[in-house]
Design a protein. Structure first.
Length: 213
């Protein structure tokens, strides 16, 4: 797999709380140079990045990183992000709802955000490190039913990141057309090739430029 092939699947990411404009601008410049799939940045940077880099595919996060903000807040966040120029949304589910067995609420929330995103891409972060196997399988069914575009393993801020075993499970359980994004802890070329080989369509990493330099 060539560098170019790998990078075309990368969401070049910087989501740390202390991110500065200079760091975000550098990330955007790298994304253009490397031809990554997108940049994934905090919502507060979406508008200035879209203004400064007209042809850049900008992704941002909603309900990030804990997921327990109310659905109405996530809906408003999504509307503002799209209005500011974002083309892809990575939302965090309410993991508390999962643990309480309130799966209709999880389904309803994803549907509500997909209604707002329309033809633009919605990725659903399920934070696998906190889930049982049964919960992971149930969420695959929910993400499929809700009509989202991707299921995403992790925020990168939980107790663990992506695990290859989860990607293989998702591949078995997801309905047709739902793609997989692995994120969190992807730090080597071997990691990237393994996740892509297992069926991921996107990789979330802040290390792509360094890994493939």
């Amino acid at each position: 797999m060539t560098n170019e092939e790998i990078l075309s699947h990368v969401d070049h990411t910087l989501l740390k709380a202390t991110a500065s404009w200079n760091e975000i601008r550098k990330l955007a410049e790298e994304a253009i140079q490397l031809k990554t799939a997108s940049v994934c940045i905090p919502p507060s940077f979406v508008k200035p990045v879209c203004q400064a880099f007209k042809n850049l595919n900008v992704c941002t996060v909603i309900g990030f990183p804990l997921g327990y903000s109310v659905t109405q807040a996530k809906m408003l966040e999504t509307e503002v992000a799209l209005g500011s120029g974002a083309l892809e949304i990575d939302m965090v589910i309410n993991i508390g709802d999962v643990k309480n067995g309130n799966f209709p609420a999880v389904l309803g929330e994803i549907k509500a955000l997909k209604k707002i995103t329309g033809k633009r891409i919605l990725k659903v972060i399920v934070e696998t490190c906190y889930l049982t196997r049964e919960e992971k399988i149930r969420l695959c069914k929910i993400v499929t039913e809700a009509g989202a575009d991707f299921i995403k393993t992790s925020t990168g801020f939980g107790s663990a990141g992506a695990v290859l075993e989860d990607v293989l499970l998702f591949k078995e359980q997801l309905g047709p057309g739902i793609r997989i994004k692995a994120a969190g802890g992807i730090r080597t070329r071997e990691d990237m090739e393994a996740y892509l080989g297992a069926g991921c369509d996107r990789l979330g990493t802040s290390s792509a430029a360094a890994i493939l330099a």
